[in-house]
Design a binder for this molecule. Structure first.
Ligand code: NAD
Length: 257
């Protein structure tokens, strides 16, 4: 897909390490010609992200942004705008990662856990879209990551699934409000992929094996497949698509039993 993204300037939010889905998306975009800026959460991931970017995607740059802080989001996009006159796209690949701290039962979710999961995983997309809009002078594209736990009950996913439902609804409202500015907003609903966000998910191995057994393609998916779908959505080829949730899950979501 060389050349598909030539000259396009894309902000990738949510790389923590090489397993991050955001990293696979960045690779698809980079090798298609995009220029990239990365935002990362905190000190814990800073060195890893800088090393990965320096080694594999020279000419890209990194900026810290904790999405629970409005000022961080404002500063990050303002800093990016000092280097780029406009922004063409944002990859939002962020979720609350400490799922092992979540209770066994959804009924036992505390107010604080509910709020934090929604703040990081859902509201951050709205805050990002509000901020980046002013820099998307020539239209643009926003892609976020969701999971089927928004549509169906999955073991132990509960509050994450509820937050993802809010995220998917948000892309529709954002798509409608930003469409007149030719800014498209879509989500990719990815099948299970082993990353740091899944480390604390109980029964994750079981989830993987069920998908491999029952999905129409009879296999799981990898982050590169998500990366290529994000590339399609960000590129001119996806120009007619907005407010959509695209499943990249080997077809698992269509199966009834
Ligand atoms: P990951 O841990 O690599 O990515 C999650 C990212 O969120 C990390 O980079 C982390 O630093 C960032 N983050 C968390 N809190 C933040 C904050 N306050 N400020 C800024 N960044 C913050 O795991 P991943 O699997 O690549 O997850 C990326 C996205 O994909 C998430 O939205 C996740 O829900 C979604 N997703 C993952 C899977 C899967 O099976 N791995 C499936 C479907 C959807």
């Amino acid at each position: 897909m060389k050349g598909l993204m030539d000259g396009k300037k894309i902000v990738v939010m949510g790389v923590a390490n090489r397993q991050s889905i955001a990293w696979a998306i960045a690779k698809s975009l980079y090798f298609a010609g995009a220029e990239l800026a990365f935002t990362y959460q905190n000190d814990a991931v800073e060195q890893t992200v800088y090393q990965m970017v320096d080694h594999e995607m020279p000419n890209s740059f990194c900026i810290r942004c904790d999405v629970t802080k409005d000022q961080d989001i404002t500063n990050a996009f303002s800093d990016i705008n000092k280097r780029w006159s406009q922004i063409d796209g944002v990859i939002h690949s962020i979720a609350y990662a400490k799922t092992e701290n979540l209770p066994f039962s959804y009924l036992d979710t505390t107010r604080a856990q509910f709020a934090l999961t929604h703040d990081i995983g859902t509201y951050s997309l709205v805050a990002t879209a509000k901020e980046v809009k002013q820099y998307m002078l020539d239209g643009g594209t926003i892609v976020t990551l969701t999971h089927m736990g928004s549509e169906r009950v999955l073991p132990h996913y509960h509050v994450m699934g509820v937050a993802k439902a809010g995220l998917e609804s948000s892309i529709r409202y954002l798509a409608n409000e930003l469409g007149p500015a030719n800014i498209r907003v879509n989500a990719i609903s990815a099948g299970p992929i082993r990353t740091s966000v899944t480390e604390g998910v109980r029964d994750f191995d079981y989830m993987l094996s069920v998908v491999e057994e029952r999905a129409p393609l009879r296999r799981g998916i990898d982050a590169e497949e998500v990366g290529d779908t994000a590339l399609f959505l960000c590129s001119h080829m996806g120009r007619g698509i907005t407010g959509e949730v695209v499943h990249v899950d080997g077809g698992y979501n269509i199966i009834g039993m």
